[in-house]
Write a protein that binds this ligand. Structure first.
Ligand code: HEC
Length: 109
């Protein structure tokens, strides 16, 4: 039962001018990255039966699928996804996504 939980993430990745801590907002901090870099291939009608990533639009959906989410994080971390023939996500976008995504992954365990 995680819906009442507010997450705070230490915004200390690489310094910069980020505020000290902020709640995770899936529609702002998580899903735009997936939409920009993943959903063109991983959607509900993609050929090759790739896993659709369009369901990760709220915290409940992510927490319901900790194994699937951990795989997403692992593949972005290892730079296996998006695949080599796709445009690379800009490093700041990727770092920011991973910062929030890891938090969701660990708190769910
Ligand atoms: C250009 C198309 C393309 C993009 C963009 C893409 N993927 Fe994939 N993805 C694939 C293909 C093809 C596979 C299966 C073959 C493989 O593993 O390389 C795959 C496999 C996966 C899998 C394993 C489950 C499955 O569907 O087979 C996950 C999880 C995944 N990708 C996540 C992501 C994430 C997260 C992103 C964005 C950061 C992303 N992918 C971007 C094409 C893509």
């Amino acid at each position: 039962m995680w819906t009442g939980l507010t997450l705070f993430v230490a915004a200390a990745v690489g310094g910069g001018n980020q505020p000290p801590a902020q709640p995770v907002n899936i529609q702002k901090d998580i899903y735009p990255f997936l939409r920009r870099h993943c959903v063109s291939c991983h959607n509900d009608t993609s050929p090759g039966a790739l896993r659709s990533l369009t369901g990760y639009q709220d915290e409940t959906a992510i927490r319901r699928d900790p194994g699937g989410w951990a795989e997403v994080v692992r593949l972005v971390e290892s730079r296996a996804m998006p695949p080599a023939n796709s445009p690379r996500p800009p490093a700041p976008d990727r770092d920011r996504f991973l910062q929030y995504a890891r938090e969701l992954r660990t708190v769910g365990k």
